[in-house]
Every structure is written in C-alpha cells, then in structure tokens.
Design a protein around this ligand. Structure first.
Ligand code: CLR
Length: 271
C-alpha cells in the first residue's frame, strides 16, 4: 500500500504494532468503539429515561409467575424459553458490536468465536446496567421495567438476585455511554480466554483498547474508575458460570424444551 493511500485509511489497529500508538490513534479508536456501541444498543439512554414510568402491573406480574391461568400466562418452561430468546437477542447485538471493534475482524475466525463464546454474556450483563433503574431495582424487559419477582417462575432466585445486584452496583458507578462502550470492548478482548490460537494478537488489540479506556477516564477526570471496573471482571465470570449451572439444572428437568425450543445460538453458547 502506498503512503498516500495510507493517509486516507481509517484507523488501523495493527499499525500500532510497529509504532507506539499516538494519541490521535487512541482518540479515533475510542470514537470508533463508542460509535459501534451506539449502533448496536437497541435503546438510547434518553429513550430509556423516558420509559421509566412503564412498570408491570400486579396482574401482569402474576401472569409471568404462572400464578393465574389466563390466555397470556407463562408456564415455567415457557418462561425459561422466553428469557433464553430475549438473552439470545441481546447476545446477537453484542456480536454485531464485536464485529465493529477495530481489529476484532482481523483476528482469525477461531479466535473471534472463542472471544464471543466466553465474553458475549459478560457484555450483556454490563449492558444490563444501562437498562436498570436503581430507584426501584427494575430492569427493562418486554417493554416495561420488571423487578426480580417477575422472574420467580424460573426458580433460580439466587441467580436473578445476583444479576440484579451486579447491575445495581455497576449503576452506582454512573458510567457514561462512552465509558460503557470502551469497557465492554475490553471485556470482549480478553487474551486469557480458553481456546485462543493467537493470544499475542488479541493482546495487541486489547492493549490499544486499554489505552482508549485510560484516555477516556483521564479526559473525564475519573481515573479512579479503572480499578473499580477491573474489580467487576471476576464477578462477571462467576455470574456467567452460575447461569450455565442453572441451565444444566433446567435441562435435566425439561430436556425437550431445551432441545427443540431454545434458540440454537443460546445452546451453542451455554449448553
Ligand atoms: C440486558 C441488556 C441488553 C438487553 C437485555 C435483553 C434481555 C434481558 C437483559 C437485557 C437483562 C437480563 C434479563 C434479559 C432477559 C432475561 C434476563 C432481564 C436487559 C433475566 C435476568 C432472566 C435470566 C434467566 C436465565 C436463567 C435464562 O442490551
């Protein structure tokens, strides 16, 4: 490639392998990740703010809890299936986000899949905090805000409580959309994931994203957040493990539901 062509190229994460990334690189990288995040999150913060008054009625909650037998009431396995579908939707948006992180698509396909397999759920859980209202401990689900009681029929109260707790604590950090964007990119680009072929290459892409996060936090005068964010990473891992454990338990009870009604991507990631 000629020099003049290079001048018109968009940010190339690989180029920083040969030279120390300039602050312009890092600036462009952050902007690009923030754009990718914005394009792959279904709701903008202003929209979510405007929807906060929408909460489920007692009757609706009972229908989700399979307490009543109305036309629109869920049985236990239907509720599991419904949540699995919702989670899979959310994962698909994360896959799209990953593909738009500069450098991600240049990783070999095996490594892209390995990173998504172990990281996409973690990113969904970080994203959950954007959809969370700490005033009443509810999360945006099926177009309204829902408390833990709505998920009672899943019979995994400990997991639900832990997920809500995590979202609540992350909300308390009052992260900006930019901070969430770059932090989630960093969660995906984890060179310690199992089954990676070219860890060094992942590490190289990660290094620049790490610089982007530092850059953003420095600019926002919130450098102390870095440590707090890193502290959440092992918690994410344990929540994902608990989710997988619950799925195993559910599969023993309802093997056919999982086999024939759960989304294939969900089974591929967690089953
Ligand atoms: C997370 C942020 C995403 C959009 C989104 C979609 C599905 C939601 C999820 C968010 C938060 C967690 C959620 C999930 C559907 C079911 C799940 C509410 C808001 C609850 C906690 C139940 C999990 C049950 C498993 C055992 C299947 O951008």
């Amino acid at each position: 490639m000629s020099g003049s062509e290079m001048g018109f190229r968009p940010f190339d994460p690989e180029s920083s392998f040969f030279s120390y990334p300039t602050s312009l690189h890092i600036e462009e990288l952050s902007a690009s990740i923030v754009r990718s995040h914005r394009e792959t999150t279904q709701y903008r913060p202003e929209e979510l703010q405007a929807l906060r008054w929408k909460v489920f009625s007692r009757e609706e909650i009972h229908a989700y809890q399979s307490k009543v037998h109305l036309l629109y009431s869920y049985s236990v396995d239907e509720m599991w299936q419904h949540c699995a579908v919702r989670l899979t939707d959310a994962v698909q948006y994360v896959v799209e986000f990953a593909k738009r992180i500069p450098g991600f698509r240049q990783l070999c396909q095996n490594d892209q899949i390995a990173l998504l397999k172990s990281g996409s759920m973690e990113v969904v859980l970080v994203r959950m905090s954007r959809m969370f209202n700490t005033e009443n401990n509810t999360v945006f689900f099926d177009c309204k805000f829902a408390g833990t009681e709505l998920f009672k029929s899943l019979a995994c109260g400990d997991l639900i409580a832990a997920l809500f707790d995590f979202a609540h604590n992350l909300c308390a950090l009052r992260l900006t959309e930019q901070q969430i964007a770059v932090f989630t990119a960093l969660v995906l680009l984890n060179a310690d994931r199992p089954c990676l072929e070219d860890r060094e290459r992942v590490q190289r892409v990660r290094r620049d994203v790490e610089l982007a996060l530092r850059h953003i936090l420095h600019r926002d005068n919130q450098e102390s957040l870095l440590h707090k964010l890193y502290q959440r990473v092992p918690v994410l891992k344990s929540l994902c493990a608990l989710h997988i454990e619950k799925l195993r338990w559910f599969r023993q009870l309802y093997p056919l539901t999982v086999h024939s009604l759960f989304p294939p991507l969900y089974k591929e990631l967690f089953g």
